[in-house]
Design a protein around this ligand. Sequence first.
Ligand code: SAM
Length: 253
Amino acid sequence: MSQKDFGPIAADYAFFMQSATEAEADMESHLVEIRLRFGDTRPICLLDVGCGEGHFLSELLQRFRIPATQLSLQLVEPVPEHLATARQRLREFSTESIRDWSGIEQVPTGSCDIILLNHSGYYVEDPGRLIEQVVAATRSQGMCIFALADGQNALIKLWKMGFGSAGLPVPYWTADDYRAILKERRLDFIEKTVPYEIRFPDVPENRLRLLRFLFADHLEKLDTEFLLSAFDNDRRDGQVLIPTVSTHFIVRN
Ligand SMILES: C[S@@+](CC[C@H](N)C(=O)[O-])C[C@H]1O[C@@H](n2cnc3c(N)ncnc32)[C@H](O)[C@@H]1O
């Protein structure tokens, strides 16, 4: 299992983000959980693992409205240019300088109140080790939020269909893997199903953009024509419309 390089597919990922209500739905849900536990104005250290260019976290912090003097930020992001952009974008939210790490294993034990993995857990080497490291990096009374998708999600179904039709295993993890590990380790967690939709004008280039975001450099090994036709059943008045869900795990320390 290897990580996916988001550098070359940045424009396709941006297309998906514009076409989906996923981020809005995730954010609403995360804010409910964060406010439940951190409603007062005590200082908070937040780590975002797989922060991308920082769009999601900056929008979340704008809505959370914690004073910049009360917040410290830590980031993990494997694409160096995206990390640099995220650092710039997030500067205004903390009076402390932002720390970044090349991996979660470097984050000091018990240093974070909130650890966010918003749709990044698919791409790690070993989710069991990741969960261990995330739990170790969380302070007592802190929380980790994993936003992922499981086998009922339309995009995970496309992964299974695309890789399966080429006789390949899906090279990414899903919420089903995380759920099994969290249960096996008897961690204290809650699970939420968060609905969202994907909608875009139905032209071949848009279907292809979604496939490039999903499959990245694997797409050349797959049957693209077959995968393009997978959207036929989702056509509605010149649009592709896909109602689906994310799966969130909130692990409490
Ligand atoms: C789907 S994007 C999500 C970005 C951001 N969290 C958001 O919600 O907009 C997945 C992110 O995970 C990052 N990523 C890929 N492999 C990773 C790994 N092994 N560890 C941490 N992040 C990783 C990617 O570079 C990308 O920024």
